[in-house]
Design a binder for this molecule. Structure first.
Ligand SMILES: *Cc1c(COP(=O)(O)O)cnc(C)c1O
Length: 391
């Protein structure tokens, strides 16, 4: 596999020298093992036996009829063990950690989803696991903190800065810089300095590789549209990348518009951000005049990150992908609609993609196809939605 540090002008490794040494070693190992059959076979073994892959590509017939346009397919990452796409990446990285002889795994987490997926694979491989989590997030997501502890992980509340995800990333990077000789930093999205964006994309590409094969088998042709929600961008790039060369396939990423992109309460980094550097890489980012990340918000905790993967930044700038947004309200409506019409409760994150996917399908002919990535299941969100709707 070709070394790829930059996607156009985005990406890179804007970090202190000590960290560069660690990342260089990580990159060397990643490019080495990703080519090896024994690595690929072991990863595939766990994808099948532990996660339950392949995930179905499900024709949402009732939703399609209700919308009354093109055919809507759902890529069911919500059916994976632990309930989302995140396990695809944590499995890949933990196998790499094992190959590199590291016994101590660290991770950052916002809502706790990546922390749980990391704690899960660390339990399965008998690794020590330390998860950095903003103190405010540990309070908001107490149940996920308990899950991580149950899985044997240590959760470290981060008390600096805004005490949220971006501070958790800083704390994890700081730990990694000090302890990289025995520590593996298992990053949760297609963001960060090289090699993380390409590594996470590679491990998430199983989504798109499967979907491409499945749609060709089920429909005998490629889809017209791919739609996925974009936080850091890992579930989206995992679906999109294997279709990159298929120029007839339109790519649509959906950012969280929160209470509206004209307000300050959103996390639409591509739509409203500027080119800048965050956490060691260049991308579209929501930052103040000094380049400091702005506070961000979404009803979907997994989407509130003030940056976005460099590959999405490149798709946007080069025109290969279109990036749009959905508000909290639109996501909530889709959350309820998909539950009622298909018997599938989507994650609030994925509900953003459902909202846009339905808008697109409505305008299509009956023989056209939209694939929406169901990045995760909504069981984790039912309490929040219940409170929100005062039901
Ligand atoms: C974490 C998460 C996301 C957002 O992360 P990406 O890296 O943008 O994919 C989306 N959906 C679910 C269910 C998540 O848990």
């Amino acid at each position: 596999m070709e070394r790829k540090e930059f996607f156009g002008e985005f990406g890179g490794t804007y970090v202190p020298e000590e960290l560069k040494v660690a990342l260089e070693d990580l990159a060397d190992n990643f490019y080495k093992y990703i080519e090896k059959d024994e690595f690929k076979e072991e990863l595939m073994y766990y994808h099948k036996q532990y996660t339950g892959r392949p995930s179905p590509l499900y024709y949402a017939e009732r939703l399609t009829k209700k919308i009354g346009g093109g055919k809507i397919y759902l890529k069911r990452e919500d059916l994976n063990h632990t309930g989302a796409h995140k396990i695809n990446n944590t499995l890949g990285q933990v196998l790499l950690a094992k190959r590199m002889g590291k016994k101590r795994v660290i991770a950052e987490t916002g809502a706790g989803q990546h922390g749980v997926a990391t704690a899960t694979v660390c339990a399965m491989f008998g690794m020590d696991c330390i998860v950095y989590m903003g103190e405010i997030d540990t309070e908001r997501q107490a149940l996920n903190v308990f899950r991580m502890k149950l899985l044997g992980a240590e959760v470290v509340p981060v008390t600096s800065g805004t005490r949220t995800l971006k501070d958790a990333v800083d704390a994890a990077l700081g730990d990694y810089m000090q302890n990289y000789r025995e520590t593996f930093y298992l990053l949760g999205s297609a963001v960060g300095p090289h090699p993380y964006p390409i590594m996470v994309r590679e491990f998430q590409s199983i989504i798109g590789l499967e979907a491409r094969e499945q749609i060709l088998e089920q429909e005998g042709k490629l889809p017209d549209y791919l739609v996925a929600c974009v936080g850091g961008g890992s579930n989206a790039i995992g679906l999109f990348h294997p279709f990159y060369e298929d120029k007839s396939v339109k790519i649509v990423g959906v950012e969280p518009a929160g209470k509206g992109i004209e307000t300050e309460d959103h996390a639409a980094s591509i739509t409203k951000g500027k080119e800048g550097i965050i956490h060691g890489f260049k991308c579209y980012t929501l930052a103040d005049n000094k380049g400091e990340p702005l506070p961000v918000y979404s009803i979907a905790a997994g989407l509130d990150y003030p940056g976005v993967g460099p590959e999405h930044s490149f798709y946007k700038k080069s025109g290969r992908g279109d990036y749009t947004y959905a508000t909290d309200r639109e996501a909530l409506e889709s959350f309820i609609e998909l539950s009622k019409v298909e018997g599938i409760i989507p994650a609030l994150e994925s509900s953003h993609a459902v909202a846009e996917g339905c808008k697109i399908a409505e305008k299509l002919d009956k023989d056209q196809i939209v694939i929406i990535n169901m990045s995760g299941r909504g069981d984790k969100d039912v309490n929040q939605v219940k409170d929100f709707l005062k039901m």
